[in-house]
Design a protein around this ligand. Structure first.
Ligand SMILES: C[S@@+](CC[C@H](N)C(=O)[O-])C[C@H]1O[C@@H](n2cnc3c(N)ncnc32)[C@H](O)[C@@H]1O
Length: 422
């Protein structure tokens, strides 16, 4: 853990120590090098806990050192201009610029412009800005090629969707947060959000998306891509609860396109799953389900604002659901599940628990704070502190007891085991 000292020398020493540990680990590991070049590693390889801690320390210390030597005025000046990072990324996504650049070779700006159907000078200017973020490079003047990071836009459909959703939907919404507060104050309604203002709709976000299948699909893929990130990796759900100890033949009710259920099913081979979500999402999940899992995983369209039709399941899983809703709607979702729960049935809620200030490294706290802002912007919802969670369960039913909370190492979210006591 990075100490509280902030002198340049201390930070430099911490950086040196952590760098040595990491270099030693990487030297022993097969695989592509850490590099910005296109053949560089797309992820930092996973390693033993001490290396992951050294990496976390290195990131913390380098950022702190960078910010310190930049100085407060200079830092603030350019912090206030970061919207252009997203603006150029959005332009690149929207006009399919990454797709117009071949992998493993360079191409002139003129050719990219012609293929994408946009102006050459604009392409050059936007790409040269993006290059300052390690997206694309200019191996010789007038020519552009992919870097490791920009190549992901072509190679990884899920992350491509993530960039699409965040830049095309969240970014314009975030720019309307002030207008939303001006107009609606501190509203707890799903239809009085910055998202509603940005897209000029009176529908809640998910209902609005369901009127536009391509955008709904992009969101579902974004959720799938999230499960591949370090902090939101699906393995944290798989390892954050002892699924293998759940009685054989038990039924778990999950959601989305079934990616979480699939991951659990692969580990806990005795469990069966019913995946519930909006009709178009379950249809998508059904179409991509591996044949070998079909006997154990079935799909069912279900609106969680209506009573839960699957009675007496052993586990009801809500991953990344309740944080999307202001309290009164989160309560409604739970109220619809409780009557279907048999005694000692469990509710597994995987969501963030806001940390006490200054108890996490800034880079980790930042992710959950970003998510909190995202919830405010899109849903008028929020990430919750532990006491908020307990109060929510109790308000819904006094018998709902938070029995266990586990935050797996590296996970942003926690796995909350809630039981319906007799
Ligand atoms: C933030 S995503 C979480 C998805 C998934 N649980 C996961 O962990 O990746 C929220 C999910 O809730 C679904 N959803 C939204 N409104 C719903 C409703 N009224 N009934 C059922 N599902 C709904 C969305 O389609 C989406 O799949």
């Amino acid at each position: 853990m990075i100490g509280s000292s902030s002198t340049l020398e201390d930070l430099a020493e911490q950086i040196s120590t952590a760098s040595k540990a990491i270099s030693g680990f990487l030297a022993e590991k097969d695989g592509p090098p850490l590099s910005f070049a296109q053949d560089g590693a797309l992820e930092f390889p996973s390693g033993p806990e001490d290396i992951m801690i050294a990496r976390r320390n290195l990131r913390e210390a380098t950022k702190k050192l960078y910010d310190l030597v930049t100085g407060p005025s200079e830092h603030l000046r350019w912090l206030a201009c970061r919207y252009h990072d997203l603006s150029s990324l959005r332009w690149i996504y929207h006009f399919k610029i990454a797709e117009a650049i071949p992998l493993n070779s360079e191409v002139s700006f003129a050719e990219v412009a012609s293929k994408a159907g946009v102006d050459e000078s604009q392409v050059r200017r936007v790409l040269r800005h993006a290059m300052t973020n390690n997206l694309f490079c200019e191996p010789k003047v007038g020519y552009v090629a992919h870097t490791a990071e920009s190549s992901i836009l072509v190679r990884d459909k899920g992350l491509h969707s993530w960039v699409g959703y965040t830049t095309e939907e969240s970014f314009p919404s975030s720019a309307k947060l002030v207008e939303a507060t001006e107009k609606f104050g501190s509203s707890g309604e799903k239809t009085e959000t910055a998202y509603n203002i940005a897209f000029d709709t009176t529908l809640p976000m998910f209902e609005y998306l369901s009127t536009q299948p391509e955008r709904a699909e992009r969101f579902a893929q974004t959720m799938g891509a999230m499960t591949a990130t370090e902090g939101y990796n699906i393995r944290h759900l798989v390892n954050g609860f002892v699924w293998e100890q759940v009685e054989e033949g038990s039924t778990v009710v999950g959601g989305s396109t079934g990616h979480a259920s699939v991951a659990i099913a692969e580990k806990a081979v005795g469990l069966n799953f019913i995946v519930q979500d909006l009709p178009e999402i379950v249809a998508q999940g059904e179409s991509i389900l591996n044949t070998s899992l079909k006997p154990r995983i079935s799909f069912m369209a279900h609106d969680f604002f209506t009573p839960q039709p699957v009675q007496n399941a052993d586990i009801y899983l809500l991953r990344f659901i309740l944080h999307d809703y202001p309290d009164k709607f989160a309560e409604k979702i739970l109220e619809n599940i409780v009557p279907a729960m048999k005694e000692n049935a469990r509710l597994i809620v995987m969501d963030g628990i806001l940390p006490e200030p200054n108890t996490l490294p800034k880079s980790e706290e930042r992710i959950i704070r970003i998510m909190d802002m995202e919830m405010m912007t899109t849903f008028n919802a929020k990430e919750r502190e532990l006491e908020d969670w307990k109060a929510l369960f109790t308000r819904v039913d006094q018998r709902l007891k938070l029995r266990n909370v586990k935050k797996p190492v590296g996970s942003v979210n926690s796995v909350m085991e809630v039981v319906l006591e007799a």
